[in-house]
Structures are given as structure tokens and as C-alpha cells.
Design a protein. Structure first.
Lengths: 439, 278
């Protein structure tokens, strides 16, 4: 049994093409069932996000399955194949395993280390499980992908630093203040980014929020959201010494906060540090303020710079993550190979034969005066017992090897009898029927 | 080679490997190195304790008399205080500053003559080991403060200039580094004060007269005033952050001079030559 993946992503196709092939989350039943009706497909899964559409399947004929899936994508969405063929990629075997592991671990995402993709894949798996289009292979595969993703997230720093401007603001604040839970923040003006950042700060423990605005009512409204206090705009400088973090985003054409004023504020604060975030364009705070000791002034460009630096760090962590993925591929690929019926039956026979020979040894060393004929009888009996025991299970395994239940049985036999992994040359051994007769 | 010298050399070797581990950990930022480094350091420190104990038993006196012994003790105090800070603050970065210093001390100590000096009978008093121990503990704490100060300046420069190197992600926050500085001051200053006072008491019992204005005493006093100014500044005027970091670094420089420079370059009662009556 092989795994194949066919699809396209933000790396191979623009959004105009991707949207044509997207599957709506509320309407997964029909495409999943249709996918399973394709002759070569044994198990199937559909992942459809804003950045990628991928079909993942378990099949005995990888090449045929890939062609079938490509046709299916075009036909289902009524899109001419020529339009999408150049944009689709396909993977089979080890490459398919690598691809899904990498995607779940967010190594293939637009933003390295983003957390959404894992949830999206879990949701896709949920649909496939609901409509029973997943079997032993994909179940195991997806679960493995989830655990690989978890390893990557916990063992590398690929997802640990901020890649959005508002998170970056919180991250910088932590680098200055260590803990935010007894700190105060002042919001000057209003605006989406200001409010978002304020929300992050409050979520991270900031307890005191002051809001000021040229329009006092707007300040009150915003303050109410954070259980904070509204300050009249004329007075805000007097309250600056009370806060550790300042965020400004007014429409003022000139600076509302200058170097001299900040010097006073810092002195009143006895040089405890202050973090100032100036999101406004034109800027609200005189850039010279950054020169003052213990004042750290960041504008939007600066925060973007932090994000860029963080992305670079994530890149470095990515190579650690790729190494983890490679480790896990080998294990899973081997498990997949173990599901072959022939080597399993060979291993089973081998194991029982070992037991038989051991017991014969023991018996013969206890019964020393047996005739040659008697010995032969005992040997024949033990052989016959084993053959009869194995007859039923072996034929069932052979008969079901092309069914979806076939893999379950093979897996069960391997587990129940604790069979060792097959050596490579096992696959060249003579066909099954011959072995039955020889045994 | 006596047992204690053998143990000393093994300890030195362990510190050497530990220092390499820390430095590679800082430069390559591979977590594995940093984790092993701290384990190695704890192991080395344990061995160092045994080394000192062995020396103590062998010579019959607290091992702080000769240059070799005092450097070993200084390094021991340095590593010990760092490990205490590690328990509280968990900054592995700090180790990258402390372990090279400890290593250098051990290397110089291994070059110094190792035979136990015949102690000048004038100096044989109970106050001598007390004075030296307190002084060294104070030195070790102030070394940590200086290391934290360097880290503070590095971190502050990156936060101000907005140019972030990989180091940025591993350094603790400014507030953490500043509070380390403060903690070091609150422990180190009393230790240093008691060190000087016990030194004066010892001087009185050895030579009669509490203060002789020999170079070591003078420089120790100057250094004491420096740290006193820092403490006062912190408590009253709000000297913190960058200023406190620079003071800690400069102060430690003074301490090192007081310890090494005076003993080596200037003559006087504290000179090691005088200790051994050579």
C-alpha cells in the first residue's frame, strides 16, 4: 500500500486558481465519497485551506491513483485540466510522507511556524473520519503527522517568537520589563493596531490601562473596554510618569511628545524604563526621545524590523525541524512496508518454525532412546500442527490483502505475534503458494 | 604531585571543558551545549570542594595563604556564587562570562608555586582566614554583578539600535539583569565591608594598629567607596539600569586591581612575598 498526495499551494498557484479548487468545509461529504469511489483509491482525505488544496490517498497503484486524483480535481470543480495541470504537484511514497509531515509542522507555510495549519489538518482529518473515508493507513499517517508537528513545536523554537506587529510589541516589552503583570499602559488616540496591541498587553497581565483622546467620549469608550481610566487630552503628559508602556496613534500632524517632556517624565519615574510605541504617521513622538537613557521608542517600521529578525531566527530553527521530520519519516515508512502480506506470512512461519525446532530439541534431549522412525513421527506431527494452525490465518491474509481490512489483519498479526521487521531480501522469496506446500 | 594538586589539575580540566561548552553554546546557540555545560560545571564544582578540603587537611590551615591557594579559592567562590544565582535566575548566559574568568584564575593558580608556604608567624591568627574568605566571597558576588552589567549593556544596545543578533533571543530582560545587579550589591557590599573590617582587626592582632594605609588597604577603601556610592545612588536617586551596570563593571575592575595589581606590583604588607617571608 502506498500513500500519494496531489494538490497545489500558495507556492505553486496564485489565489485565483486556488479558489477554483477549494472545497467548502460544510460540504465535505460528497467530494470525499466521490474520491473513494475512484477505482484505485482505498482511503482518502481532503485538506482545503486558503493557502492550499491537497488530496491525500492510500492506494495500491500510486501512478494510476495520482492520475485519477488529478482528473478528479478538475472534473469535480468543472475546471479545464490544462488550466491547473502545471500548478499541481504530486508526491508518492517517502516524498508524500515527508510532505505531509512538513506541512503539519508549518514548514511549508507562508509564515514559518504558524499555528493554524495543524488545526486545519486536524479538522480535515475529522471530516474524513466522520465520513469513514480513512482506514488503517491514513489513520496512522495522520496521527503520526500530528505527533511530528508536536515534536517540532516543542523541540525547536520555530514557533516561539512574534511574527505580527502587535505580538512583537509585547515581545519587546517583555525584553525590557520581564513581567508585565504589574505594569501600566497608556493609549493615546485610537485605532485598530493600538487596540489590538492593548488587548495583547492586557492578555499578558497588564493591569492598569489609561486612555486619552482629543475626544473625551472616545477615550471613555475605549477605557471601558479594558476597565481602565479615561484622561482628558490636555492632562495626559502629567500622567505619563504613572505608566510603563505608551502607545500612540493620533492624527496629529506634529509631535505631541517631545524630548524635554520625556526627560521630565523619566526623572519623575526615577529612571525606571519606559517603552513607547508610536504607530502614527506622521509620528506622534519625537524620535530623539529614543536617545534618552531608559526610554525605548519604537515606530511601526521598527516593529516590522523585529518581525523580520524573528522570521530569520525561525529560519534557523527550521533546519532543526527538518531534521526531526527526517527522523520520523524513516520509522513510518518502515511501518508501512511491514504491512505487506508476503513478508508477514514468511516472518510468522519463521517464528513458529523456530518454536517448533526449540521444542523438538528439548524433547529429543529428554527422550534419548528413540528409534529413527519414532523421531520422524514426532517431527512430522509438530510440522503438521503448525501447518494446520497457520492454514486458516494464512489464507485469510492472502484473500483480504486487497481489501481495506487486509492491512488491519496484517498489522494485528505483527503485533500479536511480535514479529520482527522484515529483512530486505525477504521480498524476493518464492511465491506464497509454493511456501504452503513446502511447509 | 600531592593529592590536592592532582585534584586541582583535574578540576581545572573540567572547568576548561565547561568553558568551551558554554562558549560554543553561546555562539552556536545549540541548547544541548548549554544543558551539558551546567551539568559539567556542577560536577567540577563538587570536585573543587573536595580539592579545597584535601588541601586544607594536607596543610592544616584554611587554604587561602599562597597565591595558588587564594586563586583556587577565588575561582571556587566564583563558581559557587554563580550556581546560587543560577538556582534563582536560571540564566545560562551568565555562565559564559563567569566560567572563563574562573578558568583564568585556575590557570594562573596552577602556574604559581604550589608548596604550602611556611606561614609568617605574625599572620597566624583566626582573623586571617575570616578576612580572606569574606573578601573573596564579596569579589565573587561583584564579579557576577559585572557580568550582569556587561549583559545589560549588550541587551540595551540592541533594544536601542533595533539591530538584533541571535544573542538577543538568549539574553534575559533588562529588568532581570538590573535586579541581579541590585541583588549582587545588597549581598556584596556587606561582605566587602566585613572583609575590610576583619582585615583591620587581623592587622591589629598581627602588627598592632588597625590601619596602615598600605597600598592594598588604600585601594580596597577606594573600591569600597565606589560601591558605596552605587548603593547610595540606587537607593536614593534612582541610579539603575545603564549607570548601575557601568559602575558594576568599573568597580570590579578596581577589585581585580586591588587583588592582583597591588599584590604583584606594589610592595607592602599584603605582598605575597611578605606572606611567605621570602
Amino acid at each position: 500500500m502506498h500513500i500519494v498526495i496531489v494538490g497545489l499551494s500558495h507556492k505553486t498557484a496564485p489565489v485565483e486558481i486556488r479558489e477554483k479548487l477549494a472545497f467548502a468545509p460544510t460540504a465535505m461529504e460528497r467530494p470525499l465519497r466521490q474520491m473513494l469511489e475512484l477505482p484505485t483509491i482505498a482511503e482518502g482525505l481532503i485538506v482545503s485551506t486558503c493557502n492550499r488544496v491537497e488530496l491525500c490517498a492510500a492506494t495500491k497503484e500510486p501512478e494510476a491513483a495520482i492520475a485519477a486524483l488529478r482528473r478528479f480535481l478538475a472534473e469535480y470543480h468543472e475546471v479545464p485540466p490544462e488550466e491547473i495541470n502545471g500548478k499541481l504537484y504530486n508526491y508518492q511514497g517517502e516524498e508524500a510522507i515527508r510532505h505531509l509531515f512538513r506541512v503539519s509542522s508549518s514548514l511549508d507555510s507562508m509564515v514559518l511556524g504558524e499555528p493554524q495549519i495543524l488545526g486545519q489538518i486536524k479538522t480535515a482529518y475529522g471530516y474524513a473520519a466522520e465520513f469513514r473515508t480513512c482506514g488503517l493507513i491514513l489513520n496512522r499517517f495522520l496521527h503520526k503527522a500530528f505527533s511530528v508537528a508536536k515534536r517540532v513545536r516543542t523541540e525547536t523554537a520555530i514557533a516561539s517568537n512574534a511574527v505580527s506587529v502587535s505580538f512583537a510589541a509585547v515581545e519587546m516589552a517583555r525584553k525590557i520589563f520581564d513581567r508585565l503583570d504589574n505594569k501600566a499602559v497608556m493609549i493615546i488616540g485610537a485605532g485598530e493596531m493600538c487596540e489590538l496591541a492593548a488587548r495583547h498587553f492586557v492578555a499578558n497581565g497588564v493591569s492598569k490601562v489609561l486612555v486619552t483622546n482629543r475626544t473625551f467620549e472616545r477615550a471613555e469608550k475605549l477605557a471601558a473596554e479594558f476597565q481602565g481610566k479615561a484622561i482628558p487630552f490636555e492632562d495626559f503628559v502629567d500622567h505619563l510618569a504613572e505608566v510603563d508602556i505608551v502607545m500612540t496613534s493620533t492624527g496629529a500632524p506634529n509631535f505631541i511628545l517631545g524630548q524635554r517632556q520625556m526627560e521630565e517624565v523619566l526623572k519623575r519615574r526615577k529612571n525606571r524604563p519606559m517603552f513607547l510605541i508610536d504607530i502614527a504617521v506622521p509620528r506622534d513622538i519625537d524620535p530623539k526621545v529614543n536617545k534618552l537613557d531608559n526610554a525605548y521608542l519604537y515606530d511601526v517600521d521598527d516593529l516590522q524590523g523585529v518581525v523580520q529578525a524573528n522570521l530569520k531566527e525561525r529560519q534557523k530553527e527550521a533546519s532543526k525541524a527538518e531534521a526531526i521530520v527526517e527522523q520520523e519519516i524513516g520509522q513510518f515508512h518502515q511501518w508501512l512496508g511491514n504491512l505487506e502480506v508476503k513478508p508477514t506470512i514468511i516472518a510468522l512461519r519463521r517464528k513458529l518454525e523456530e518454536i517448533r525446532l526449540q521444542e523438538l530439541d528439548k524433547t529429543f534431549s529428554n527422550l534419548k532412546d528413540l528409534t529413527a522412525g519414532q523421531r520422524k513421527s514426532i517431527e512430522a506431527m509438530s510440522s503438521a500442527i503448525i501447518n494446520k494452525i497457520l492454514h486458516q490465518p494464512t489464507s485469510i491474509l492472502k484473500r483480504t490483502q486487497n481489501d481495506s481490512s487486509g492491512e488491519d489483519y496484517v498489522d494485528a498479526v505483527r503485533v500479536l505475534f511480535d514479529l520482527p521487521a522484515p529483512a530486505d531480501n525477504d521480498k524476493e522469496i518464492k511465491p506464497l503458494d509454493d511456501m504452503e506446500e513446502a511447509g | 604531585m600531592t593529592t590536592d594538586v592532582l585534584l586541582f589539575k583535574i578540576t581545572l580540566l573540567i572547568y576548561f571543558v565547561t568553558t568551551i561548552c558554554y562558549l560554543i553554546g553561546v555562539i552556536s546557540l545549540k541548547d544541548r551545549f548549554r544543558q551539558n555545560a551546567i551539568r559539567l560545571l556542577i560536577g567540577g564544582f563538587g570536585l573543587h570542594c573536595i580539592t579545597l578540603a584535601t588541601r586544607w587537611v594536607a596543610t592544616g590551615a584554611i587554604p587561602v595563604a599562597s597565591l595558588h591557594e587564594s586563586l583556587s579559592f577565588f575561582a571556587w567562590a566564583l563558581v559557587g556564587i554563580y550556581l546560587l544565582f543560577y538556582l534563582r535566575y536560571r540564566t545560562v548566559m551568565l555562565g559564559a562570562f563567569i566560567t572563563p574568568l574562573a578558568l583564568v584564575l585556575m590557570i594562573i593558580g596552577s602556574a604559581a608555586p604550589k608548596q604550602a608556604p611556611a606561614l609568617n608567624p605574625m599572620l597566624d591568627s583566626w582573623w586571617f582566614p575570616v578576612h580572606v574568605t569574606l573578601a573573596f566571597l564579596g569579589h565573587a558576588v561583584f564579579a557576577i554583578a559585572a557580568a550582569a552589567g556587561v549583559m545589560y549593556l549588550l541587551q540595551e544596545r540592541m533594544l536601542k539600535s533595533k539591530k538584533f543578533s541571535s544573542l538577543f533571543y538568549r539574553l534575559p530582560s533588562l529588568d532581570t539583569l538590573d535586579s541581579m545587579n541590585y541583588k549582587c550589591l545588597t549581598f556584596g557590599f556587606p561582605l566587602m565591608t566585613m572583609g575590610i573590617i576583619s582585615g583591620a582587626i587581623w592587622a591589629n592582632s598581627a602588627w598592632g594598629g588597625y590601619w596602615r594605609w598600605d597600598p592594598k588597604e588604600t585601594w580596597a577603601l577606594i573600591t569600597w567607596f565606589l560601591y558605596a556610592a552605587l548603593l547610595h545612588g540606587r537607593l536614593t536617586i534612582g541610579w539603575r539600569g545603564r549607570r548601575a551596570a557601568i559602575f558594576a563593571i568599573v568597580g570590579f575592575g578596581f577589585l581585580l586591581f586591588t587583588f592582583f595589581g597591588v599584590n604583584t606590583f606594589l610592595s607592602g604588607e599584603h605582598s605575597f612575598r611578605n606572606f611567605t617571608g621570602q
